[in-house]
Every structure is written in C-alpha cells, then in structure tokens.
Design a protein around this ligand. Structure first.
Ligand SMILES: [Zn+2]
Length: 259
C-alpha cells in the first residue's frame, strides 16, 4: 500500500543554456531555456520533496552572480522570478520548508540543492557515491559547496536502490554525476510515475538514447538512460522530467496536483 496521496510539480525557474548541455552533439549555436522542476509528495508519513531547486538568493546579489555565474558556461545566469520561488509555491499549497520531513536529492548540482539549508528538520537522502564526490577535492562543475556543506543538514546516506517509504523507491542512476538517483513513485489514481531527474533533460535523451551533455561517466549515463527506458516500457509508468522545456508546458503544475 503506497503512502503517497498526491504529487505536486513545482516549476522553480529556468536555465539559459546551449542545447549541447542537454543533448550531446546538438548544434552549439542553439540556446534554449530549460525549466528547473522539483517534486513534492503528500504522504501519510509527511511531506517528501525530490530536489531543492536553485537558491534564488544567488541571483539577487551581484557579487554572488559574479562568483557563481559570470565566469563559466552558466551565463547568462538562471531566471527565478518571484512566481518560481519555492517558498511561495509551498505557501500556495499551505505548507513551508519547515514542513518537509524527507528531502531526497537526485544529486548535488546547484540547481537541485539550493534550498537544502532551509530544511534542517528534514532527513536528507542521498547516494553514498554522490555524497563522497560532493565532499571530495575533485574538480567539480556546478557544485556550490556553500549550499550543502553545512552542519545543520541531517544526511541519510543510502547505497544503491533503496525504498524511501511505501510507494517511493530510489533507484541508482549514475552517469550524469557519480551518484545520481531517480525516484519511482506509486500514486493512487495516476499509477506509477518515474521522476527521472537529470538522467536526461529532454524526452529525446530517452526516445533516441542521446547522452546528456554533461556526464562524469558516459557508459554509466547510457546504462541509466536504458534502465529508465526499460522501466518505462515494462511498467507503463508516466515519465516526469526535470528540465524538458516542452513537456513542462503539458503537465499539471502546483498548486494543481496528481493523485
Ligand atoms: Zn545536474
């Protein structure tokens, strides 16, 4: 029996990126804006969140923009309008960051880890390999250590496929980053859904098996795309992508929900 009652999709802003960041081999002259989505689950065991978006405070302060976005490929910086802010969207549902009991992180890129610091009460579920990588001295792209290297965080480190709650399973999908994970969720009416996170930004990553532009291991990234594809084919589950600019326009966004 699934503990999950409802799923809300929060559209938390946009990133302006070369298409090659999402689709390996695309024309580098194409620039697209891709959404940043997070997923809020209403369960009998409390509120569960998949991913923590980008912290808009990094975009409100010119020195932070200079530090994080000006030097690299992440320029122009992402767009988080007031209506994209996670706090406002949670408030529209009637809750706040303080009500989240479990935060599952697909990985620790800055567009997935921004608001962890606002949920010190939550258990924060992460794959061991991702945790070790994020805290290592390795040269990392798009990891903002000040967003996650904090003593207030109650880490729950898991290793491989792991049930989170009845009806919520973490599946290990490395490649985009060393310890990336996705979620499979059972909803009462909608049925099974796959929250892919960054295994593939666009649906074409899956339908055409196109590697993401950014991967720490291409073989693992392809294996994870194929694993999701097999799950999709075998279960008939609905796919929810974090960064697909077209699909996001076709789904229900919070405060509407899936039940
Ligand atoms: Zn990522």
């Amino acid at each position: 029996m699934s503990a999950v009652r409802r799923m809300f999709v929060l559209l938390c802003g946009y990133e302006i990126l070369p298409m090659t960041v999402s689709l390996r081999g695309a024309n580098p002259r194409f620039i697209v804006s891709v959404p940043i989505c997070t997923y809020l689950l209403d369960t009998t065991e409390g509120w569960v969140l998949l991913d923590a978006g980008l912290d808009e405070h990094h975009l409100r302060d010119p020195s932070q923009i200079e530090k994080y976005f000006a030097p690299g490929a992440w320029h122009p910086p992402p767009v988080v309008k007031p209506e994209h802010e996670m706090g406002a969207q949670l408030a529209a549902i009637g809750i706040g960051f303080e009500d989240i009991s479990t935060l599952v992180l697909s990985h620790l890129h800055a567009d997935h880890s921004g608001h962890i610091k606002r949920m010190p009460q939550a258990r924060v579920v992460i794959q061991k390999v991702e945790y070790d990588y994020a805290f290592s001295d390795a040269e990392k792209i798009a990891y903002f250590t000040e967003d996650y290297d904090l003593p207030s965080i109650d880490w729950q480190i898991i290793d491989g496929d792991t049930p989170i709650l009845p009806g919520i399973e973490a599946i290990f999908t490395p490649g985009h980053t060393p310890g990336h994970q996705s979620l499979v969720v059972d909803l009462p009416r909608t049925g099974k859904v796959i929250l892919t996170a960054d295994v593939g930004d666009w649906i074409e990553n899956f339908t055409k098996e196109i590697l993401p532009g950014s991967a720490t291991n291409d073989d693992e990234a392809l294996a994870s795309i194929r694993r999701i594809n097999a799950l999709w084919a075998n279960t008939g589950a609905e796919m929810f992508l974090t960064h697909d600019p077209v699909l996001v326009q076709k789904i229900r966004l919070a405060p509407e929900f899936y039940d």
